[in-house]
Design a protein around this ligand. Structure first.
Ligand code: ADP
Ligand code: MG
Length: 398
């Protein structure tokens, strides 16, 4: 358990708040989804009510250590100002004289947003001098960027020791605290039965999570394109036409030896097959024992949907990562929709992780019905793999 902004005195203090404002933008730089900005508002309002002096820092895109106007956080400052209903001062850099002077002048209850941290090489390199420069004047360091917590960067990890050196505190924001609490409970003491559903595109990326969660889950359901290399490793015919990275078959073999020591897991028993990825493509259902050589699987079939939703109905805690099929094409979205709907109708604690899974749940209108949709794709997976996240480790224990 980590200390939060509710555990330290922040009144009138100089705060450095690391946030995740890595928002999607269109070609002309307009923000197409401001969810990440809105999600920080509870933390910011809490801090402003206590008259803190807030300095916000974030990254946007991959400018690779160089100033690049394409990745400026200026539009984010404008949107934040609208959402917050009070001025947000934007500074053209995240370190240097201008920043130091602005911080010295800063009045209580005001907000400054610094320019993109990744305009400096030192951010991703976790350079000590850059980290020290970021820490200037900070009395309380707050991390509310769960999505960046799996990276040991200057703003997520390196600067914390400099803040502490000067007697400052390092705590979690409300969003970060919620993520640690929900995902921590899921790992440490879930209400049982715990059902874990893993899908999506790559076994390679998720093998660590499956290996860790197979011991903790009462039932593990596997779907999506991730199932094909595992089915192939089991000797099922004609998986190669479907989305299947040859490199994943080796990994699937390894995973299979882990899985075979357990009995609490299921693979799809049938699939939806087609000859092309199109709305009007003809679809047929086949058992995984009989996939035809000329067709590819795009979704789980009706028998699997029935079996998986039955398991979900009996669950008290559910974690879902990875769509069951190519849901972006409507004719292949039924499996993903059925799972999302089963979660939405369940009275279990439901946690969704992963960018595409979260997008599916939003797009299909089930987001409000979930207990928690994680804001960190990679970070949530590393957390559930049992890895320590540098951005979490750096914060003070309760
Ligand atoms: P998340 O972002 O939720 O962790 P992934 O990135 O691992 O999920 O995978 C999501 C992608 O997997 C989606 O774009 C989806 O279309 C694709 N996918 C899942 N199943 C299939 C399939 N059977 N055939 C093709 N693509 C699939
Ligand atoms: Mg994804």
């Amino acid at each position: 358990m980590k200390k939060t902004i509710q555990d330290v005195d922040i009144t009138n203090k100089h705060l450095f708040v690391r946030v995740d404002y890595n928002v999607p933008q269109d070609e002309s730089g307009h923000i197409t989804d401001d969810a990440r900005i809105r999600e920080t508002l509870p933390t910011l309002r809490y801090l402003l009510e206590r008259n803190a002096k807030i300095v916000l820092a974030a990254h946007l895109g991959r400018p690779k250590g160089k100033r690049n106007e394409k990745y400026t956080l200026k539009p984010v400052a404008a949107r934040l100002q609208e959402l917050l209903g009070q001025p947000v001062q934007f500074l053209n850099d995240c370190i240097g004289d201008e920043v130091v002077a602005a911080r010295e002048r800063q009045r209580a209850g005001t907000v400054i947003l610094l320019e993109n941290l990744r305009f400096h090489e030192g951010e991703e390199k976790n350079d000590a001098e850059f980290a020290r420069a970021l820490s200037v004047a900070t009395e309380v360091y707050v991390n509310d960027a769960f999505g960046a917590a799996h990276r040991a960067h200057a703003s997520t990890a390196g600067m914390v020791s400099f803040v502490k050196e000067r007697g400052g505190a390092a705590v979690a924001g409300l969003l970060m605290a919620k993520e640690i609490e929900v995902l921590g409970n899921l790992l440490m003491n879930p209400v049982r039965p715990l059902v874990v559903i893993m899908g999506g595109a790559k076994v390679g990326d998720k093998i660590g999570v499956i290996s860790n969660l197979i011991d903790k889950a009462d039932t593990l359901l596997i779907g999506g394109a991730m199932a094909y290399p595992i089915l192939k490793a089991m000797g099922k015919p004609n998986m190669d036409k479907s989305l299947l990275d040859p490199a994943d078959v080796d990994k699937a073999n390894k995973l299979l030896s882990t899985l075979q020591a357990h009995t609490n897991w299921r693979l799809p028993t049938d699939g939806l097959l087609t000859d092309r990825d199109a709305e009007d493509a003809r679809v047929e259902f086949y058992s995984v024992d009989n996939f035809p050589p000329d067709l590819r699987a795009m979704d789980i079939g009706p028998e699997t949907i029935q079996a998986y939703t039955d398991v979900i109905r009996g669950a008290k805690t559910i974690f879902w990562n990875g769509p069951m099929g190519r849901f972006e094409t409507k004719s292949f979205a039924n499996g993903t929709r059925a799972i999302a709907q089963a979660l939405a109708e369940s009275d279990a604690t439901t946690v969704v992780g992963g960018g595409d899974s979260a997008a599916a749940v939003h797009q299909m209108g089930f987001a409000e019905a979930m207990s928690h949709i994680s804001t960190g794709g990679g970070a949530s997976l590393e957390f559930l793999e049992g890895k320590e996240l540098p951005g979490v480790v750096a914060l003070e224990d309760k």
